[in-house]
Design a protein around this ligand. Structure first.
Ligand SMILES: NC(=O)c1ccc[n+]([C@@H]2O[C@H](COP(=O)([O-])OP(=O)(O)OC[C@H]3O[C@@H](n4cnc5c(N)ncnc54)[C@H](OP(=O)(O)O)[C@@H]3O)[C@@H](O)[C@H]2O)c1
Length: 194
């Protein structure tokens, strides 16, 4: 699954955040919709494996309790689209004052960091797909911190995984014969909340 993050660790650039949401969340939704007829084959039910991120869980935990509940109660795409519109409005209002208060920060109950927000919504989308299509296997996972193009400008001390190590949980989820729906950590353990 594709991923887009334009600015590393300094939050987002105002110019790039719509693309982050468009690729990481709406792109995943568009691709899922296009593949769904094939995946809903009763004789060979399919599996959705969303490559999410620990940044999604972190973003969810930084939202206000009210916003968190709002996301977790989204039960269809129109509710999720409305939730995203509220984020965009808060983001743009904040961006107008950006010189005084650089992103990310908490505004209107949202943690204004679009990469993590897109992944928090992706995790909820995975849950919605599981609810709407009980025959389908729906999982999301975090690959961990992986040495790919996306993190090439990272200058911190954290140890990066190889691509093979990062791909482990994704490949395992895609190939294991039986998998419970949910959100998985890089070590293949299931997280209690995603
Ligand atoms: N690396 C990490 O530490 C890390 C951590 C947590 C989660 N993830 C997730 O892992 C997934 C893979 O990321 P990665 O680390 O492998 O990053 P990457 O090497 O930068 O790959 C990102 C991929 O996204 C594609 N992409 C970007 N914009 C696109 C667009 N508009 N339409 C279609 N495809 C687009 C890129 O395609 P092109 O090559 O054609 O540009 C590329 O294949 C992402 O979902 C990312 O969020 C990564």
């Amino acid at each position: 699954m594709s991923g887009f993050r334009a600015v590393w660790f300094r939050g987002d650039s105002v110019a790039s955040y719509p693309r982050t949401l468009d690729v990481n969340l709406f792109g995943a939704q568009r691709l899922t919709k296009a593949l769904l007829p094939e995946l809903l084959d009763e004789k060979a039910p399919g599996r959705l494996v969303f490559v999410s991120s620990g940044a999604g869980t972190a973003n969810l935990s930084k939202m206000s309790e009210e916003r968190r509940q709002e996301l977790l109660e989204c039960s269809d795409l129109s509710a999720m689209a409305a939730f995203c519109s509220a984020f965009v409005a808060a983001y743009e209002a904040s961006a107008r004052e950006q010189e005084e208060q650089p992103l990310p920060h908490l505004s209107s109950g949202f943690w204004l960091q679009s990469y993590g927000f897109s992944k928090a919504c992706l995790n909820r989308y995975c849950q919605i797909m599981a609810q709407q299509h009980p025959g389908l296997s729906c999982v999301a996972c975090s690959p961990g911190f992986v040495d790919t193009e996306m993190v090439k400008t990272y200058r911190g001390d954290a140890k990066l995984k190889s691509v093979e190590e990062g791909g482990d949980v994704c490949a395992w989820l895609a190939c294991s014969p039986a998998i419970d729906n949910g959100y998985y950590n890089p070590d293949r353990s299931m997280a209690s909340a995603g």
